[in-house]
Design a protein around this ligand. Structure first.
Ligand code: ADP
Ligand code: ZN
Length: 530
């Protein structure tokens, strides 16, 4: 334990910032937030990852008498957080399930003796009567609820234990509370305020725009080669992160880049701890390293000069996409957020949702998150304004720094194409009682006499060959966009195509629903790769 008079009775927040944390000045609205909470007010803070949320509760905890109690679901990070604080001379401790009895008893004793400035708690602790009685007997300066979106059932990260947190307001009405999150849409924000009973809380909403990041989403045809071209032509020798969905793809992509002269390392949860730590520290230390990783990589990574973040697979939600792309350009210099996305991504993500654990309501939520992500991918409008609108922020459109602004995509009337496609699906199902994936449907539409077409006698169907006016690639684009618009669905492990409730509106003879589709860009010549 360090000196108890680290912070004297009437310390000013800015003195604490300088003396304890060693920073010159507050960032953004940190000062306003800190002063509001020090003054006893409740706050709801929405700030992007890396924006500096921690100081917003750490400084009030140091300035006000008693210990700040921080509720966080990130149990694995608590030890590190406490170590880092103790390094600065702050008296911190935590209570969670990773501790043994002796550690717990010692932390409780220190809290009751007034020897702690900060106490981190796992949310499930508050379900225990013992924890509440402990808090009753000690002095709490402020309650901080980190990752507050976990209380929202509509959110992407709901944790039932968070619902119990409303007990804090009932039991300790005069202790200020500050709820913080990086990922809150207007609906989630309302839900947080309601469930945590933050009726009188002031809302502090930071600007989510990252003007130096250029957002681009390209159709996926040969993702590794497309990536290599991006690195060679736009970011040679620069640091970046490449996200992939599976560990196997992480390995393959890292090898591919390395064999093409790019300094690339893999990172995923299947690597042993030592290798992961080694790769991470090389990425932070060295210049021009490319980390190929699953989303296991990135939490707490604060490297300023990441020049690009590339997604070779579709993220599950806009929150995830925003958080991952947000690791680019922390230094404010121009950076790229590039993603390759194709039909297979939609099929794969839907399959993951179908096979996911949890109840039907949970799957529906996952489905909605995916739909929002798909809408961002297929939009013909400014990506940035779509992205910011998702977080409830108005943005001037066009931004001039995203692909749709820089080269506006064309769109076409895809109603007839959609009808051809949907009627092929209908016929196979009604006349033959068969379901197929995109590949076979496209072969039928284009009138290809493949062995599989022969085998199933699909050349006899009346729709055989009615779609010869479009290329394979264009048909894949039609299917992808119909999936994104909910006019078509995939099911099962083989990604078979089936109709949705809305498909009928497109197929109706009289007054069919008009389907507008984005024109598929012409395939660009590929960069040379081994
Ligand atoms: P968040 O929790 O919002 O993701 P953190 O609180 O972890 O962000 O802060 C991100 C980084 O910014 C940390 O390295 C932190 O030390 C640094 N930081 C925060 N506030 C300031 C400030 N006022 N001046 C300088 N650095 C700051
Ligand atoms: Zn734009």
């Amino acid at each position: 334990m360090t000196s108890p008079d680290l912070v004297t009775e009437r310390a000013e927040p800015v003195d604490v910032l300088r003396r304890v944390f060693g920073y010159d000045s507050f960032r953004g609205s940190q000062q306003e937030i800190v002063e509001h909470v020090v003054g006893g007010g409740d706050a709801l803070v929405l700030m992007p990852t890396g924006g500096g949320k921690s100081l917003c509760y750490q400084i009030p905890s140091l300035v006000r008498p008693g210990a700040g109690v921080v509720v966080s679901p990130l149990i694995a990070l608590m030890q590190d957080q406490v170590d880092a604080l103790e390094e600065l001379g702050v008296r911190a401790g935590f209570l969670n399930s990773t501790q043994n009895q002796q550690q717990r008893v010692e932390t409780e004793r220190a809290f009751l003796a007034g020897e702690l400035d900060l106490l981190y708690l796992a949310p499930e602790r508050l379900r225990l009567q013992g924890t509440l009685e402990l808090l009753d007997r000690g002095e709490v300066s402020v309650f901080a609820i980190d990752e507050a979106h976990c209380v929202a059932q509509w959110g992407h990260d709901f944790r039932p234990d968070y619902l119990e947190l409303s007990v804090l307001h009932r039991r300790y009405p005069s202790t200020p509370r500050i709820a913080l999150t990086a990922t809150a849409t207007p609906a989630t924000r309302r839900e947080i305020a309601e469930r945590l009973q933050l009726d009188d809380a002031r809302h502090f909403v930071a600007d989510f725009d990252r003007p130096n990041i250029q957002y681009r989403i390209a159709p996926k045809n040969d993702p590794r080669k497309q990536l290599l071209k991006l690195l060679q032509e736009e970011h040679p020798g620069e640091s970046g992160i490449v996200y992939r969905l599976s560990r196997a793809e992480v390995e393959r992509t890292a090898e591919f880049l390395a064999s093409n002269g790019v300094d690339a390392l893999p990172y995923h949860a299947g690597l042993d701890k030592q290798t992961r730590a080694h790769h991470q520290s090389r990425f932070l230390r060295e210049e021009g390293l490319v980390m190929v990783a699953t989303i296991a990589f990135g939490m707490g990574i604060d490297k300023p000069d990441v020049r690009f973040v590339a997604h070779l697979d579709l993220p599950k939600s806009i929150e995830g996409y925003y958080q991952e792309t947000g690791r680019a350009g922390r230094d404010g210099l121009p950076s790229t957020a590039w993603m390759a996305y194709g039909l297979q991504d939609v099929v794969q993500q839907r399959k993951l949702i179908d096979n996911s654990e949890g109840d039907e309501a949970h799957r529906r939520t996952l489905g909605k998150h995916l739909d929002s992500m798909l809408a961002l991918c297929e939009t013909v409008e400014c990506r940035r304004s779509r992205l910011l609108a998702y977080f409830g922020q108005d943005a001037p459109e066009p931004c001039g720094n995203c692909d749709t602004c820089l080269s506006p995509p064309e769109s076409w009337d895809g109603t007839v194409a959609a009808q051809k496609l949907l009627s092929t699906v209908v016929r196979l199902q009604r006349e033959r009682n068969q379901k197929f994936g995109a590949g076979q449907i496209i072969d039928v539409l284009r009138g290809k006499k493949t062995p599989k077409v022969e085998q199933f006698r699909h050349a006899e169907l009346s729709v055989f060959g009615v779609g010869s006016d479009l290329s394979d690639n264009e048909w894949r684009g039609v299917i992808r966009q119909l999936l994104a618009q909910g006019l078509l669905a995939v099911e099962g492990d083989y990604g078979t195509l089936v109709l949705t409730e809305d498909s009928g509106e497109v197929l109706r003879r009289e007054d069919p629903r008009q389907v507008r589709l984005r024109t598929e860009p012409k395939r660009t010549p590929q960069a040379k790769a081994k």
